[in-house]
Ligand binder design. Structure first.
Ligand SMILES: C[S@@+](CC[C@H](N)C(=O)[O-])C[C@H]1O[C@@H](n2cnc3c(N)ncnc32)[C@H](O)[C@@H]1O
Length: 221
């Protein structure tokens, strides 16, 4: 799949899959979307906790992990973050994205460390953030039961990759969550929410980021 780096409406960049008309983030604003969906409706929801574990489906550019590492340090919360990615982004693409330019000088080393950390190992990125990047397909990966508190479900949309929104994969996501944990995603498609409900999730509709009416948070009660 050929990819190119493009600019989104809030000035931050993302990657586009040429030919598929699919992007890694919203064209209405990559940074805005990541903050709205994964930080505000995700990590922030558990801000009173001293420590949490996050699983990300689709590590991609590492933007969600980067923002989570900065938020964890701001909240003084310990975060163990596992991100799965089948097709890692290249160093050249990371350079073009210029996400380090979005933050203060002192936070830039965190971004570098995220991308330099070894795949398959739990690595300490800062006092508050540990990262394990897993290079694999979600369908082919076993995950520990009742382990994570939050899942960032950031697969390509169902139009491009319908199989990533199936009952089977949501069952896997449900099983690896702790009771009281939740999955959060930008997607609000009816069939996706029905598949979540089929495995036992309680589905909550939330206002979406700019350019999108709704997003979804699904709870394991
Ligand atoms: C919407 S993008 C994710 C964007 C990412 N969270 C970010 O902030 O850059 C979807 C990601 O899922 C990855 N992906 C696609 N199929 C996958 C699979 N079967 N297992 C794991 N990752 C997959 C893609 O390579 C891509 O990086």
């Amino acid at each position: 799949m050929k990819r190119e780096v493009i600019q989104t409406a809030d000035g931050s960049k993302t990657i586009k899959i040429i030919g598929l008309d699919e992007t890694y983030h919203s064209i209405h604003g990559a940074l805005q979307e990541a903050i709205h969906v994964f930080i505000e409706a995700g990590l922030n929801e558990l801000k009173s906790r001293a420590s949490i574990r996050i699983f990300e489906m689709g590590f991609g550019t590492g933007l969600n992990a980067f923002l989570s590492a900065l938020k964890a340090s701001e909240l003084n919360m310990k975060v163990e973050y596992h991100g799965i990615e089948a097709y890692p982004v290249s160093t050249d693409e990371l350079d073009q994205l210029q996400y380090v330019g979005l933050v203060k000088e002192q936070d830039r080393t965190v971004y570098k460390k995220l991308h330099e950390s070894k795949w398959g190992e739990l690595v300490s990125i800062s006092d508050s953030f540990q990262l394990k990047k897993i290079q694999s397909k979600l369908e082919e990966t076993d995950l520990a039961a009742d382990y994570f508190d939050i899942i960032y479900y950031d697969a390509f949309g169902p139009r491009a990759q319908e199989e990533m929104w199936s009952v089977e994969l949501f069952q896997k996501m449900y099983d690896c969550l702790n009771k009281g944990g939740f999955l959060v995603t930008y997607c609000a498609k009816g069939q996706v929410k029905r598949n979540m409900k089929a495995v036992g999730f309680r589905v909550e509709n939330l206002p979406g980021p700019p350019g999108k009416r709704e997003m979804t948070r699904a709870w394991k009660d």
